[in-house]
Design a protein around this ligand. Structure first.
Ligand code: ZN
Length: 137
């Protein structure tokens, strides 16, 4: 899954988690589940980093910089650090340690770039959730 989608999922579960530790681990759990779904990952690392950072700052700001949102984002996005460092050739390819990257858990089939539109739609829905969830929970 694209990192911006992981970021949005982490923010969404973080806001419902209740505490930062639960937010972090729920965020990591969303990474495993969403990696299992067939998806598109951009080959442009710089684009992934820029979009994920933008989504993270936007979602954090919308939430009023709530700690649970920040920890949910960290838990959901940090697992992709191995992919980032491998893409930048800092680490060898065998360094994929996160279970859904290293082949220990299911990783979805790679879809075409059109799937990016689906992921952007998911980002939009989750952004709305982060806006309204504090009023609902
Ligand atoms: Zn991943």
């Amino acid at each position: 899954m694209s990192v911006y989608t992981h970021t949005a999922l982490g923010a969404a579960v973080g806001i419902a988690a209740g505490n930062p530790v639960a937010a972090f681990f729920l965020g990591a759990a969303t990474h495993v589940v969403s990696d299992a779904v067939s998806h598109y990952d951009s080959e442009r690392v710089w684009l992934e980093v820029v979009l994920a950072a933008t989504a993270g700052v936007l979602l954090s700001w919308i939430s009023g910089w709530r700690t649970v949102v920040l920890f949910g984002i960290l838990g959901a996005a940090l697992p992709d650090v191995d992919n980032l460092l491998i893409s930048l050739k800092v680490l060898p390819k065998r360094s994929k340690v996160f279970p859904s990257h290293g082949g220990y858990l299911r990783h979805g089939v790679e879809l075409g770039v059109r799937n990016a539109a689906v992921q952007i739609a998911v980002l939009g829905v989750l952004t709305l959730w982060v806006c309204v969830a504090p009023e609902l929970l």
